[in-house]
Write a protein that binds this ligand. Structure first.
Ligand code: HEC
Length: 218
């Protein structure tokens, strides 16, 4: 690859926003909004990734590099789908229904949400991009989940409750409907104790096998 000082040249995801997207999405949207042709030398995220992988392949085998990207994509998608998108949706609904003020950071849930995507969610995603398992898991996924289930969701519930007793029941119900939809979805229904017995059994067996494999006595 030619030498470059443009560090974004070979980046495929952007990990900065509340919900990650591929690096070229916004640029392409700009061309479209202005009715402009995409320049012939425009680098799609696929091209950027291929160039990056060319660099990795100077030192690593193909399987190693492909496996890294599989794990990386899976982590970003997991964060996005399980936490990033649902939390953003709920915050937007709260604001659209006047259940939080337009002023940023004057309410607890706005701080909770900021930690979720800006601190914990970014650590999880960046940890995966830089092969930092502790950052992905313990400073990342674990804290994202802790925040989401133990702070963010309770904050949303409290706002719904307050709204109902202060004459905003119809607005509260809009948010409640979405919250219930999220919690009853495939990824979150365990939290309501609704995991399929088959799935629960499979997970218990996997946990047992894992403990046996790594037990000290072996
Ligand atoms: C100049 C050679 C070189 C290039 C280019 C390179 N690596 Fe590495 N990589 C290494 C070496 C050497 C190690 C082992 C470092 C160590 O163990 O201290 C390593 C380690 C790793 C690890 C393991 C980290 C860990 O903690 O176990 C991963 C994953 C990895 N590289 C992925 C990549 C990816 C993806 C790229 C391209 C974006 C890349 N590498 C580019 C030389 C390279």
């Amino acid at each position: 690859m030619p030498v470059s000082h443009e560090v974004g040249n070979r980046i495929s995801w952007t990990l900065r926003p509340k919900v990650s997207e591929k690096i070229d999405v916004q640029e392409l949207a700009k061309y479209k909004a202005k009715g402009m042709e995409v320049p012939a030398d425009f680098q799609t995220w696929e091209m950027r990734r291929k160039n990056m992988q060319n660099v990795c392949l100077q030192c690593h085998t193909k399987n190693y590099v492909t496996s890294f990207y599989t794990q990386y994509d899976n982590e970003v998608n997991l964060y996005n789908d399980k936490f990033g998108k649902p939390a953003l949706k709920l915050i937007n609904l709260l604001r659209a229904n006047n259940l939080i003020t337009p002023v940023q950071f004057d309410e607890q849930i706005e701080w909770t949400y900021f930690y979720l995507w800006h601190h914990e969610g970014r650590r999880a995603r960046m940890g995966a991009s830089m092969m930092g398992p502790d950052y992905t898991q313990w400073h990342g996924n674990f804290e994202v989940a802790d925040n989401f289930y133990m702070e963010f969701i309770p904050d949303v519930k409290e706002i719904i409750h307050e709204a109902k007793i202060h004459g905003k029941a119809s607005q509260a119900r809009v948010v409640e409907k979405e919250l219930n939809k999220i919690l009853n979805s495939e990824m979150h229904k365990w939290f309501l104790g609704k995991l399929d017995p088959e799935e629960l059994k499979k997970r218990k067996e996997a946990a047992k096998a894992f403990r046996e494999r790594y037990s000290e006595s072996k």
